[in-house]
Design a binder for this molecule. Structure first.
Ligand SMILES: CCCCCCCC/C=C\CCCCCCC/C=C/C(=O)SCCNC(=O)CCNC(=O)[C@H](O)C(C)(C)COP(=O)(O)OP(=O)(O)OC[C@H]1O[C@@H](n2cnc3c(N)ncnc32)[C@H](O)[C@@H]1OP(=O)(O)O
Ligand SMILES: Cc1cc2nc3c(=O)[nH]c(=O)nc-3n(C[C@H](O)[C@H](O)[C@H](O)COP(=O)(O)OP(=O)(O)OC[C@H]3O[C@@H](n4cnc5c(N)ncnc54)[C@H](O)[C@@H]3O)c2cc1C
Length: 663
């Protein structure tokens, strides 16, 4: 029997000003792609082999086992079903895994990409087939218990022995033990080990090495290898993040991944075109995290928006029926800016991936000139998108009141599985400072008359003249982009000036950098926010957009920009670029935009096209039948298997009886 839709949600859908399908097509790159997405999702979601008890009801060990089994099934089925393109695999795996990963995820996301990106053709012949086939399962072992951020400071050593033409691998101190690599704890039999290369006593920096850590026969750690799971974490329960220490483990010379740098049999070292090419896998994942953050935020906003239309609470007017909580403007102010941000990062994520694809193809042809821009852009956007998604997902949880705290909402798991994106692949302040470093260099080049290109082109010849007194239309996307550009250019300029002044005051470069670092991260943030606002606005100039959706998407873009502007109003007011009256106007526009977006809110989240199986949230159900399913879900909780829990007999009964006896 098909359940009836909640009448409030039904009405919301009937009253929308546009057909969500049109936006879905825009978000996923066309009708054909949406059709394929739905086919693959339905294949996965209706496959009985993937069904299991709610992970939230399981112990961590059970979760690990369940997801490992599912991951294995998934890669086997993808092969059988010939689901091969990256896009198809993403659609299928998102439906199988929901908001979780599986213990071999780092194999797919980092181990394989490192082989593609860092191995010679000969090495690919040797390893790729095995890895693609899952004959070997690997992870990316870089971070150590003592150092994650400071990659140059890693202590694991790979010392070349020309006599045997082998590398001797060691984690010489406690702090050198590898710590965190996903899937290393129990699953992987191989790692790409990032280690300091030593030849004849001289250090050549960090390089990648293929290392077998477990027997292919019985999975036991190989001699010299100590490996295990690092224990429970904030989330990511299904993943066996691991530790690893190495004691004089020898590997053949051919196990150093030598696409860019080489060690010849006699120990001669051949330099790479750039030492930073060894960091390529991190850049790829950072670029992917922008979209990943947009999607996670979109899921959270979908849940909270639908629920806010089903949930009725309090009295807005005495004696009137309880309103849908989304009718409270404060609730709209909680959710709509993040709805807009989800769209912003979704679209920017697509742009980031296309910049990544173009740049990496140039790099693989030997043109490394694009590397600094790619690194700076991906670092800043990864940091901004993941931190904004964190804040937004938490706001969505709070917007669901008490039920948001329950795992039934899907929000706690979504949050704890997504929040590592702020830390992993580069902690967000650290990455912002990398972007700032590029901004400072670029800005100084522009001061010397060089013309800049790419994301920093706007720093060339920027006019920092405040334009107070000018009347602005604060809804005009061009004017909003100008405001964000001006703010970014000003803050970059001021951070550069501060850095200079610290140095003129006697500090050396490093101390001056540290003393200026709050302003530097602010500069990187402003630059990244400008890029997002500009990208969002540019995507709306797509001539294929029909007018009904262009109108609503423009409202979202305006809201995204205006909300960013109002929450950072000091930045825009500081040099008089905007006036108090502009900010007041912006606030009024936000209220007006929220009122206009209110009837379209459900259609806007429906357009993300997350089926219930992927949202995995009772509050966010498409049909809105929340309460009845909440109750059913709670009844399935292991504590409810019996009316009287065994602990009653063990503890509670004697305690009650003892107390009664004392009366
Ligand atoms: C198709 C892909 C799809 C992907 C989908 C993604 C979906 C996401 C899924 C899940 C997300 C959830 C997250 C879970 C993640 C699980 C797996 C996690 C894995 C890891 O975490 S692996 C370990 C990652 N570690 C780090 O990121 C370490 C961070 N530190 C660094 O990167 C660096 O050391 C540094 C950036 C801090 C640099 O430090 P330092 O200043 O000391 O720099 P140097 O090394 O001396 O370099 C100076 C020089 O080089 C430039 N530089 C630095 N890095 C790069 C780079 N990567 N590329 C290019 N250039 C670089 C630096 O800017 C300096 O330049 P200049 O001298 O100024 O010119
Ligand atoms: C869920 C998860 C999965 C992971 N998976 C993997 C994996 O598969 N493989 C792997 O190798 N690693 C993995 N990691 C490790 C991860 O990459 C690191 O934790 C991350 O890069 C941050 O480094 P850190 O832990 O050393 O933080 P730290 O650098 O110790 O950060 C602590 C604080 O110091 C500050 N700080 C550090 N350096 C600077 C600086 N130069 N300037 C200003 N402030 C600074 C930071 O901002 C932060 O506030 C994973 C981590 C997590 C949480």
């Amino acid at each position: 029997m098909v359940a009836k839709m909640n009448p409030d949600l039904k009405k919301e859908r009937e009253n929308a000003s546009f057909d969500p399908e049109k936006i879905t097509n825009f978000l996923y790159g066309g009708q054909e792609s949406v059709k394929r997405k739905r086919e693959l999702e339905s294949l996965a979601l209706n496959d009985p082999d993937y069904q299991h008890e709610d992970l939230n009801f399981m112990s961590r060990e059970q979760q690990y086992e369940t997801q490992l089994k599912k991951g294995i099934l998934m890669v086997t089925k993808m092969k059988e079903l010939k689901i091969t393109s990256a896009q198809d695999q993403l659609f299928y795996t998102s439906a199988v895994l929901v908001s979780d990963v599986h213990p071999m995820s780092v194999h797919t996301r980092m181990f394989l990409p490192t082989l593609y990106g860092q191995a010679t053709e000969q090495q690919k012949d040797k390893w790729l087939k095995l890895a693609e086939n899952y004959t070997i399962i690997g992870t990316y072992a870089q971070t150590e218990i003592g150092h994650g951020t400071f990659v140059r400071g890693l202590e694991t050593t790979a010392t070349y022995d020309p006599k045997t033409q082998e590398f001797i691998l060691n984690t010489p101190t406690l702090s050198a033990s590898k710590w965190w690599p996903g899937g290393m704890g129990k699953t992987s039999n191989y790692v790409v080990l990032m280690a300091q290369l030593y030849i004849y006593g001289k250090s050549y920096g960090i390089h990648p090495f293929m290392l077998q850590i477990r027997s292919l026969e019985d999975h036991k750690p190989l001699p010299g290898v100590t490996v295990g799971d690092i224990g429970p974490k904030f989330g990511y329960d299904v993943m066996d993040n691991g530790f690893l220490s190495l004691n004089n483990v020898r590997i053949p010379r051919e196990n150093m991944l030598m696409k860019y740098s080489r060690v010849e049999p006699d120990g001669t070292y051949v330099r790479p075109p750039s030492t930073k090419l060894a960091y390529g896998t991190m850049v790829q994942v950072r670029a992917g995290i922008v979209m990943f953050s947009g999607m996670n935020l979109a899921k959270a906003v979908t849940i909270a928006t639908r629920y806010s239309c089903v949930r009725r609470q309090s009295e807005m007017k005495p004696g009137h029926p309880e309103p849908q909580v989304l009718d409270y403007v404060t609730q709209q102010y909680k959710l709509f800016p993040y709805l807009a941000a989800a769209y912003a990062f979704w679209l920017t994520g697509q742009t980031m991936m296309s910049v990544y694809t173009t740049s990496s193809s140039q790099i693989s042809k030997g043109d490394i000139s694009v590397l600094p821009e790619l690194h700076a852009l991906s670092a800043g956007l990864k940091a901004l998108s993941s931190s904004m998604a964190n804040v937004g997902m938490e706001e969505c949880r709070l917007a669901c009141g008490g039920h948001g705290y329950s795992h039934a909402s899907g929000l706690p798991r979504l949050y704890t599985n997504a929040t590592p994106a702020s830390t992993a692949e580069g902690e967000h302040v650290v990455l912002m400072l990398q972007t700032a470093r590029y901004l400072m260099k670029s800005y100084n080049q522009s001061l010397q008359g060089e013309k800049l290109a790419g994301s920093v082109a706007y720093l060339s010849g920027v006019q920092l003249v405040p334009a107070a007194g000018r009347t602005r239309n604060m809804l005009d996307l061009g004017a909003l982009c100008d405001a964000f550009r001006h703010r970014a250019a000003r803050i970059v300029g001021e951070a550069a000036a501060q850095l200079r002044s610290e140095m003129q005051g006697g500090k050396d470069q490093a101390d001056a950098w540290n003393a200026s670092s709050v302003d530097l991260t602010k500069a990187a943030m402003a630059h990244s926010q400008y890029f997002v606002v500009k990208t969002f606005a540019e995507r709306l100039t797509d001539s294929r957009l029909d007018s009904s959706i262009s109108a609503v998407l423009t409202r979202l873009c305006q809201l995204h920009a205006l909300h960013g502007l109002v929450t950072n109003s000091g930045d825009f007011l500081e040099d008089g670029y905007l006036t108090g009256s502009d900010i007041r106007q912006a606030r009024r526009h936000i209220n007006a935009l929220m009122a206009k977006l209110r009837p379209d809110a459900v259609a806007l989240v429906d357009a993300f096209d997350f089926p219930d199986g992927i949202l995995n949230s009772i509050l966010g159900r498409y049909d809105g039948n929340v309460y009845q399913h909440l109750l059913e879900w709670a009844k399935a909780s292991p504590l409810n298997k019996t009316d009287v829990h065994q602990s009653y007999h063990k503890y509670l009964k004697p305690f009650l009886e003892a107390n009664r006896a004392k009366l």
